[in-house]
Design a binder for this molecule. Structure first.
Ligand code: SF4
Length: 220
């Protein structure tokens, strides 16, 4: 599974990437935080929406989102410090709008809560909203989400081959399984089986409300 930044697909020097993913039948999960250009560019930067659409067109031409073997999932996350809406209703709106406006097709939509880390976390701190958002996540804890958390069955691999319990821990440079040093994929067999999962406050972002994972919502 590739957590794909759609804009990389039309970055000079990376023209080979979409074809490589298709050839190896890699499942693609790509962030598109809204189907409206203004909202995406506001959140991700000017021009990101158009470049993402170009990337999606490229993937569609290769069969992504159109054939069973090439799964293309999009990820929605809210614009601000609120929980995401119900997944299936929003997926229908995404499908209609992206198909009608750009001819884009995709397999499914995942709705994820914003993690209180990195750029989003910094924005919350600068606006004085961090504590309220953490209180919302903690107050919305849903134990039904626990069995499906992605860290229980998947690992995240960075571009150098180092391993993490999930891509959020990867962003925070928290090595796999509570190890003190980064664990490389070459050591996989020694380190993964039965290893504990490294959790911290940001994990409440995965367990709030309907839950969030790289497979989308985890509970009703
Ligand atoms: S953020 Fe925490 S709960 Fe969510 S997938 Fe990563 S380790 Fe698991």
């Amino acid at each position: 599974m590739d957590r794909c930044n759609l804009t990389i697909l039309n970055e000079p020097g990376y023209e080979w990437l979409a074809g490589f993913l298709a050839e190896n039948q890699v499942e693609v999960v790509a962030s598109l935080p809204c189907y409206l250009e203004g909202n995406v560019d506001k959140q991700r930067g000017k021009g990101v929406f158009q470049r993402s659409i170009e990337g999606l067109n490229q993937l569609n031409e290769l069969g992504y989102g159109r054939t069973k073997a090439l799964s293309l999932s999009l990820v929605f996350n809210p614009q601000g410090p609120v929980l995401p809406p119900e997944q299936s209703g929003l997926e229908a709106a995404y499908k209609t709008h992206l198909k009608d406006a750009f001819g884009v097709e995709f397999t499914q939509l995942f709705t994820l809560a914003n993690m209180p880390i990195k750029r989003f976390g910094s924005t919350l701190i600068s606006k004085g909203e961090f504590d309220d958002y953490m209180a919302l996540l903690k107050g919305s804890f849903n134990a039904q989400t626990l069995p499906g958390l992605m860290c229980k069955s998947l690992i995240s691999v960075d571009w150098r081959g180092y391993l993490y319990d999930c891509d959020f821990n990867q962003q925070l440079e928290m090595p796999l399984g509570g190890a003190s040093k980064p664990v490389h994929i070459a050591q996989l067999a020694d380190n993964v089986a039965g290893a504990p999962i490294r959790v911290a406050e940001h994990c409440y972002g995965c367990t709030a409300g309907q839950g969030s994972s790289c497979g989308g919502a985890l509970a009703d």
